[in-house]
Design a protein around this ligand. Structure first.
Ligand SMILES: NCc1[nH]cc(CCC(=O)O)c1CC(=O)O
Length: 317
């Protein structure tokens, strides 16, 4: 592969932090001196539709693909060579000509509880206001505490933290991983248990996207973390079977424990009053085995849950 290797990135602080981490990791994997990395593996900033419409309801506008479309066009046009995404935001299908070449080791997959006034989720008073834009977090919170008032909270992580600090909400929920990458973990009051707040498929993991012909590039193997890639394959298999989107409350979390993969996946009704969950294990699975387990368990959940998709017009702004 010829240098420079250009990394396309969104301009949000989180995207820049993630791309910067991977820029250094790729530079080191290629044996490039620290001082040369910026020129050999440069960052190219790209504004996506999703970034321009932050204040509007994404669901009405086409969901996850809004954050990836312009970046994928730049990859296909050859303006950039690599894109770093939060795995959670990557749609089930890759566009023709592109691939996820590597999945680095996952960060903490848990959700974080953030509040100016309360130490923990359990300490929230009756009827407390919880800010989130995630249907999954809404449903999981209401499953434990149907008295909570869930209100829409959008914007980047800094905006959400500021609104929590100003008392616009009694608490908000964010992914621990994003906060860690931004260096704002001092706002975390509690890391929520994986069982009650089963994460979104791929939460805490990054996806390194390239053109399909670069799937075996020399730096790819150095960045891929096989246990994470297998776990994420299982979660995304479940997501596909559950037709997971930001209009459905879907969780999936897998870990590799020694030689064993353990996957749990669930769907909830938006108000948290109903919850369908399946779990399973595999010994020494390949990525394909893991994906197949995810698809099987996801299909079982889907068969019981039916269609839990929410009409965007029925959501509170
Ligand atoms: N949907 C927004 C989004 N996409 C990825 C992350 C960071 C978490 C991750 O790396 O999975 C976040 C913010 C959040 O959920 O708190």
């Amino acid at each position: 592969m010829t240098l420079p290797l250009r990394i396309g990135t969104r301009r949000s602080k989180l995207a820049l932090a993630q791309s910067g981490m991977m820029q250094r990791a790729i530079g080191r994997a290629l044996g490039i001196a620290e001082a040369e990395i910026e020129t050999a593996v440069p960052l190219v900033e790209i504004v996506t539709t999703g970034d321009r419409v932050q204040d509007r309801r994404l669901m009405e506008l086409g969901g996850k693909a809004l954050f990836t479309k312009e970046i994928e066009e730049a990859l296909l046009d050859g303006r950039i060579d690599i894109a770093i995404h939060s795995m959670k935001d990557v749609p089930a299908e890759q566009p023709e000509g592109l691939c996820i070449a590597a999945i680095p080791e996952r960060e903490d997959a848990r959700d974080a509880f953030i509040s100016r006034d309360f130490d923990s989720f359990d300490a929230l008073p009756f009827g407390a206001r919880l800010g989130t834009a995630s249907l999954r977090r809404q449903a999981q919170a209401l499953a434990l505490r149907p008295d909570l008032k869930v209100e829409m909270l959008r914007g980047n992580i800094d905006t959400r933290l500021r609104r929590a600090a100003e008392g616009d909400f009694d608490a908000i929920l964010l992914a621990v991983s994003g906060m860690t990458r931004l260096g704002v973990t001092e706002h975390i009051r509690e890391k929520l248990p994986l069982d009650a707040f089963l994460p979104a498929p791929g939460q805490g993991a990054l996806a390194i996207q390239t053109r399909a012909e670069d799937i075996d590039a020399p730096w790819v193997a150095a960045l891929n973390h096989a246990p994470t890639a297998v776990a994420v394959a299982a979660e995304r298999g479940a997501m596909t079977a559950l037709e997971g989107s930001c209009r459905t409350a879907v969780g999936a979390y897998a870990v590799i424990d020694g030689d064993t993969l353990r996957l749990t996946t669930e769907m909830l009704s938006p108000d948290g009053s109903a919850r369908w969950r399946r779990a399973g294990e595999l010994f020494q699975p390949t990525e394909a085995d893991a994906r197949a387990l995810g698809e099987k368990l996801g299909a079982e959940v889907h068969a019981f849950a039916g269609d839990q998709e929410v009409d965007p017009a029925s959501l509170d702004g």
